[in-house]
Design a protein around this ligand. Structure first.
Ligand code: BES
Ligand code: ZN
Ligand code: ZN
Length: 496
């Protein structure tokens, strides 16, 4: 699919559907149509009770108009101020056009959006929404599916001449952000039999070669030498060896700062000997979504050219039960020297992250550490599928993340690192236990556990257990991996 621009009058654009986003004052917004077409639209609106309210739509044959078909899509009073809302609206309109089996769509941009967004930002937002809403993962489907599939080939933005150059920039950025997100979605959607730890190293190496990044893969012996006992413990039940992946992007010229991105990379989470019930295990191929997001960020980072050094770390392994698996009650020693009593082998993410965080602190000494992890089921209970939990030990970094989230349209909500709950992580025989003594506030106690490994580094933890995977189709994402965090991080890095 491609996105293009035109300054032609709506009636003269060659396309097979003209989509007009209109408000409740839509009668005034049809001025660019010839009088016959306008009359047809107004008559149809009356018959169908179309008033321009949010999500209402009206599909009309317009024989006097070059496109022959027009879709009016209601945006209510037109006051859409949040990126999340605008992207969902545009995605819904695109979905509607898709179900109408149209392939070449012209989209009239409503001027009210420019009250809130700059031209460049607006075109980036729209471009992302269009690409994300038409993303599919169907490589394993048969011929019949591919034959019947409706593919939009082109979306043309109708703009005035003064918009052209900023809109072009926005389209390029939007395409980059959406494509990086799709990269992460693909990785999450692939079965665990494909996205093994070894596969993730290959992805990282390919990205490095293509984009001039540095890549280093630490094999089991090196991981042992580094003292990453917690990570090794999780991996020991699997027949696949663990891999520790480090990717580095360095800007041309002096770097402003160094930011470490860490993604949870459990390529399948069975729970280990604390085995998950079958139903909870069904989607556990997604437990490397954090890693997928980090790889998605790196996929086209060299084109974005941020002025900061970016290091990506992934401790990749499977969490499997077997004769060699970790036992509940085992004690592991992390890279920073702290010992951990493993009470529940299903709380494995925090063990692998403990070592990745310690590595970042000890060897990278960054200005900021950001980790993304499908860490706790409690996070889904607390914030659902659209909002990620954000924990931070540093208010400046936290503010930056919140701002980037607002810009990217990905929703985050601040959660407390409530110190009094740390008591629950005390072990009688080791420095820490890997699960709290009480079940309540499971996301908070998990984050408090991670905090034990960041020392005084400015740090943000995003629990993406709910947001990494869409359980049902939404306007911006089909059921499956969402690529959550890619756009947020790209906008953070480009503003750093
Ligand atoms: N990978 C899971 C968390 C998860 C659950 C992600 C659902 C996505 C969807 C994690 O490793 C886990 O199993 N956490 C346990 C922790 C518990 C044993 C303290 C959980 O949340 O139940
Ligand atoms: Zn688990
Ligand atoms: Zn897990």
């Amino acid at each position: 699919m491609k996105i293009s621009l035109t300054v032609k009058e709506p009636a003269r654009v060659s396309c097979d559907l003209l989509v007009f986003l209109v408000t409740i004052s839509f009668q005034e917004e049809l001025a660019s149509f010839d009088s016959q077409t306008k009359k047809l639209i107004l008559e149809a609106a009356k018959i169908e009770n179309f008033t321009g309210e949010n999500k209402q739509n009206l599909y009309i044959d317009t024989p006097h108009n070059q496109s022959k078909k027009v879709l009016l899509y209601g945006i209510g009073n037109g006051r859409i101020e949040k990126v999340y809302d605008l992207q969902n609206t545009v995605a819904q309109a695109v979905k509607k056009a898709q179900t109408l089996r149209r392939k070449k769509i012209a989209l009239k941009i409503h001027s009210s959006f420019l009250k809130t967004f700059s031209k460049e930002t607006l075109s980036q937002i729209l471009t992302e929404a269009i690409f994300l809403s038409t993303y599919t993962f169907d490589k394993y489907k048969g011929e019949k599916h591919h034959k019947e599939k409706i593919v939009i080939e082109e979306v043309i933005f109708l703009v005035s001449p003064s918009y052209l150059s900023s809109f072009e920039k926005g389209i390029n950025l939007g395409e980059l952000f959406a494509d990086s997100t799709a990269f992460a979605r693909d990785l999450v959607n692939e079965p665990a039999a494909v996205t093994t730890p070894l596969y993730l190293t290959k992805v990282a190496q390919t990205l490095a070669k293509k984009n001039g990044l540095e890549v280093k893969i630490f094999e089991r012996e090196q991981i042992e030498k580094l003292g990453m006992g917690a990570f090794l413990g999780v991996s020991q039940g699997s027949s696949l060896p663990p891999k520790f992946i480090k990717l580095t992007y360095k800007p041309k010229g002096a770097a402003k700062a160094k930011i470490v991105l860490i993604g949870k990379g459990i390529t399948f989470d069975t729970g280990g000997l604390s085995l998950k019930p079958g139903q909870s295990m069904e989607i556990m191929k997604i437990d490397m979504a954090g890693a997928a997001t980090v790889l998605g960020v790196f996929s086209r980072l060299s084109e974005l050219k941020p002025k900061v050094t970016v290091v990506g770390l992934i401790a990749a392994c499977e969490n499997m039960p077997s004769g060699s698996a970790l036992h509940p009650g085992d004690i592991l020693k992390a890279l920073n020297g702290k010992t951990i009593e493993v009470v529940n082998t299903d709380a494995e993410g925090r063990l692998t992250l403990a070592d990745a965080l310690s590595f970042a602190v000890k060897y990278e000494k960054p200005e900021a550490i950001i980790d993304l992890a499908t860490l706790t089921g409690s996070m889904i209970t607390a914030l659902g599928q659209e909002i990620a939990g954000l924990f931070s030990n540093n208010s400046k970094l936290k503010e930056k993340m919140m701002k980037s989230a607002a810009i990217s349209g990905e929703l985050v909500w601040e959660m407390p690192l409530f110190k009094d709950y740390k008591e629950q992580l005390k072990s009688e025989i080791a420095d820490l236990r890997n699960v709290a003594t009480q079940k309540a506030a499971g996301s908070i106690t998990a984050a408090l556990f991670l905090e034990e490994f960041v020392d005084s580094s400015p740090w943000v933890h995003l629990d993406i257990a709910g947001t990494a995977y869409a359980e049902k189709n939404t306007p911006l994402c089909l059921k499956g991996g969402t690529g959550f965090g890619v756009r947020l991080l790209l906008s953070l890095l480009s503003s750093a």
